[in-house]
Design a protein around this ligand. Structure first.
Ligand code: ADP
Ligand code: MG
Ligand code: ZN
Length: 426
């Protein structure tokens, strides 16, 4: 135990109303509270935010949170405010009045502001903000700097943001302020690159496992004919996944609309979700799916944020994702309740070209796509082994427990469209 351990538990229960920590959360919290730089690597949804939100309330002073997406920050500030935690957000679109108030709060030793969310370009481009932040630090009130989606620093990552490069000055500029990076990207070269860029090379990396033992991974060979492809989906939804809830991811808005309407012609109850629908329609579709009035949602990857349905039994990819990271995240929406669920990709070679035209802008993107293709083409290695390898983990052969098509039935992998339940004993 540490000097702060009692307080940590008290805040967990009384402020966050959470009963217990998830794996590695407490390790991350103790590490950052002891003043060390650290990087936390956990899958999406595992609970990275708590690793800096909770420490912020345990010690005096301000926690600066750098995050790339204003919408994500808004969600967080809203939920913190609901818990009566003084949190503020500052972006280039903040009202002038509010910006002034926040800038003043940075200089004010009596402010109650505990967390301040900013975009990286705010840091990079606002001299006044940096000056006030330095004042806050000089007064000993800058408690910690949390950098969310920290892989955005690295051009090796799948999500590089130029403004994140600027964050390299923080370690030097704010001496003795612990930096806590957070990401769901686990590849070693990205993590080392990030440490170099942030000038915290050799810091502690706290990582929880990416293994989802209840997910069954499978590839189905995708027929060239659109009709045959729809037949597969129809059979799956009326057979194996009858009465179960799921998501079908499509490559484009047009594909999503096409697939949804063809499935409806086949008397299936499905919704369609993509970025071109207005907000009201999107939330209605989401709600109908959530209440099981739709068996499945056919969606582009725009369907992602805010999905908290625990009993998603299948996630079918009608086309491959653009990287293994993306695939892991999208397919990971299945089985949040811990029960057996299936992650299926309909794979055909032509789709590589379809997806690659979208990501051609950077050679790094092609590398990411290649990882995805390797996963699909493989017909002899355990799929979980490939996922583990990708996230630089070793899960061991015995860990699959026949929870992938290769381990379950190597003879039929890809070549045969098997619509019967796999390994019914599990
Ligand atoms: P991440 O950033 O890793 O994707 P979040 O921090 O957004 O994940 O957390 C995802 C959800 O999990 C949030 O709704 C959060 O309140 C919840 N959560 C986090 N930690 C715990 C916990 N120990 N017990 C229960 N729920 C938790
Ligand atoms: Mg997060
Ligand atoms: Zn396997």
């Amino acid at each position: 135990t540490y000097a702060w351990s009692d307080e940590v538990l008290k805040v967990l229960n009384d402020v966050f109303h959470i009963k217990s920590f998830r794996p590695k959360q407490l390790a991350a919290i103790n590490c950052t509270l002891s003043g060390q730089h650290a990087i936390v690597v956990m899958p999406t949804g595992a609970g990275k935010s708590l690793c800096y939100q909770l420490p912020a309330l345990v010690k005096p002073g301000l926690t600066l949170v750098i995050s790339p997406l204003v919408s994500l920050m808004e969600d967080q500030v809203r939920s913190l405010t609901k818990k009566n935690i003084p949190a503020k957000l500052m972006s280039s679109s903040s009202p002038k009045q509010e910006t002034t108030e926040i800038l003043n709060a940075l200089k004010d030793s009596k402010t109650d502001m505990k967390l301040l969310y900013v975009t990286p370009e705010r840091l990079a481009k606002s001299k006044r903000f940096m000056a006030n932040l330095q004042k806050c630090h000089a007064d000993g009130r800058l408690q910690r700097i949390a950098i969310d989606e920290v892989h955005c620093c690295s051009t090796w990552g799948h999500d590089f943001r130029p403004d994140y490069k600027f964050l390299g000055v923080l370690a030097d500029m704010f001496k003795n302020v612990p930096i806590l990076g957070l990401t769901a990207t686990a590849t070693t070269n990205v993590l080392i690159d990030v440490q170099k860029i942030l000038n915290i090379l050799g810091c502690l990396v706290i990582k929880s496992t990416f293994n989802r033992p209840n997910l069954f991974y499978k590839i189905i060979e995708k027929p060239t004919s659109q009709d045959e492809c729809m037949l597969i989906l129809e059979k799956l939804l009326k057979g194996r996944y009858k009465g179960q809830s799921g998501i079908i991811y499509a490559h484009s808005i047009k594909d999503a609309e096409d697939i949804a309407s063809k499935l409806r012609q086949r008397k299936l109850k499905v919704g369609c979700y993509h970025a071109n629908l207005d907000a009201a329609t999107r939330s209605e579709v989401h709600l109908k799916w959530h209440d099981n009035r739709y068996q499945a949602i056919v969606a582009t990857v725009a369907f992602g944020m805010g999905i908290d349905k625990p009993d998603v039994r299948f996630v079918i990819h009608h086309s491959i994702s653009k990287s293994m990271e993306n695939y892991y995240q999208e397919s990971g929406r299945a089985g949040r309740d811990g029960l057996r669920s299936e992650c299926v990709i309909l794979y055909r070679m032509q789709d590589i070209f379809k997806v690659s035209t979208m990501v051609f802008s950077a050679t790094a993107s092609l590398k990411h796509l290649y990882g995805m293709v390797k996963y699909c083409l493989n017909g002899s290695l355990c799929r979980r082994l490939l996922i583990a390898e990708h996230f630089d983990e070793t899960w061991g052969d015995s860990d699959c427990r026949k929870m992938c098509d290769v381990c379950c039935n190597p003879q039929t992998v890809v070549k045969e469209i098997d619509l019967k339940p796999h390994c019914a004993t599990i």
